[in-house]
Design a protein around this ligand. Structure first.
Ligand SMILES: [Zn+2]
Length: 347
């Protein structure tokens, strides 16, 4: 089958389209085979190409986590979906048996695995996933919109709704608007009645974010964002900071945080080593919150928002699967605003 693969870790020239990838075997009990129509890139896919310590890939490794397609075959005992259903895929696969799965916290699973990283991915004509990892979507949601919906929206939903508990009247600062998680966080926080600050070094992105509802745009190349926020809030700061940049923004995020504030992070695209002064942490009574992907209840909640037309990820560009390397280069450039999508089947 057609697929986007790597034979080894390295630079983006490792990303290779091939027409002879091995198709998945018949779906085991409790799983479904999905014939993919479109898929989308996430920053995670760049990490996988570059190499993640402890994760080995076999040559011909199929990349990708997000995707939309039709159920082509169901394994024994599958009841949630049927052949022909159009579904989005949740790339986080949990064991359903450990302590954390048992209490419904699937993204805390001790055997948590991700499509494209630990299991064959979605940048291919077909993929096999557990039935718990797909949800039907209405015809009104087109393939390109649905393709890049799940990972970024699920991540942002858990960060903003479950972990930081953003509520009406909160002031929220979101770093790096243009990325999938940041854009989903903007839409989610606005829908909850928060006042949202966004940052970018690109004035065009700030203008586009304001058109999506952002209240304040800050040029993070113009100075210290923490200081900018304090100057514009009478030294108070913001209630919530959504940070996925890590090393480069951490000190500024803390500098922007009000007393009692919550800083929520889902990763560090600029580096992983963070530092802080414990006196500031306890005196200001900050909460530092980590967040990864989401559980079944959160997956259910975001698909309901998609179906209702309340959450729709902006799409940056659409590339043919054959031109997948160009899609990776677009994402790595950081110039994108919204999801970078791969079209796999026509229609
Ligand atoms: Zn588990």
């Amino acid at each position: 089958m057609r697929a986007l693969t790597i034979d080894a870790h390295g630079a983006l020239d490792q990303v290779r389209f091939r027409a002879d990838a091995a198709p998945p075997t018949a779906p085991p009990a409790g799983t479904v085979r999905v014939r993919l129509r479109a898929a989308a890139l996430n920053h995670l896919d760049l990490w996988v190409v570059q190499g993640i310590p402890g994760v080995e890939v076999a040559p011909g490794w199929i990349l990708g986590g997000d995707g939309v397609g039709e159920v082509a075959e169901v394994g024994a005992g599958v009841t949630a979906v049927a052949v022909g259903d159009r579904v989005v895929i949740n790339p986080g696969i949990s064991c359903r048996a450990c302590e954390f799965c048992s209490r419904g916290e699937h993204s805390l699973c001790i055997r948590y695995r991700l499509l494209g990283e630990h299991l064959p991915g979605t940048f291919a004509e077909e993929v096999v996933v557990p039935e718990t990892n797909v949800r039907r979507i209405p015809d009104a949601v087109d393939d390109v919109t649905a393709a890049g919906f799940t990972l970024a929206t699920l991540t942002a939903w858990r960060m903003c709704v479950t972990r930081a508990q953003v509520r009406a009247g909160d002031e929220v600062l979101i770093w790096g608007i243009g990325g999938g998680v940041a854009l989903a966080a903007l839409q989610i926080c606005k829908a909850r009645g928060a006042r949202v600050w966004v940052t970018s070094s690109d004035p065009t992105k700030l203008a586009r974010a304001e058109a999506l509802g952002a209240d304040v745009g800050l040029d993070h190349s113009a100075g210290d964002v923490g200081r900018m926020v304090r100057e514009r809030t009478g030294k108070r700061g913001v209630d919530v900071v959504v940070d996925s940049v890590g090393e480069r923004t951490w000190a500024q995020s803390l500098g922007a945080l009000a007393r009692g504030g919550r800083l929520v992070t889902c990763g560090g695209t600029s580096g992983h080593a963070l530092g802080m002064d414990v006196r500031k942490l306890f005196w200001n009574q900050w909460s530092i919150l980590g967040s990864t992907m989401g559980n079944d209840a959160e997956f259910e909640a975001i698909v309901a928002e998609l179906a209702a037309g309340r959450l729709r990820p902006p799409v940056d560009s659409v590339h043919a699967l054959e031109d997948g390397r160009a899609a990776f280069e677009r994402l790595r450039s950081g110039r994108q605003f919204g999801k970078v999508v791969l079209r796999i089947a026509d229609g």
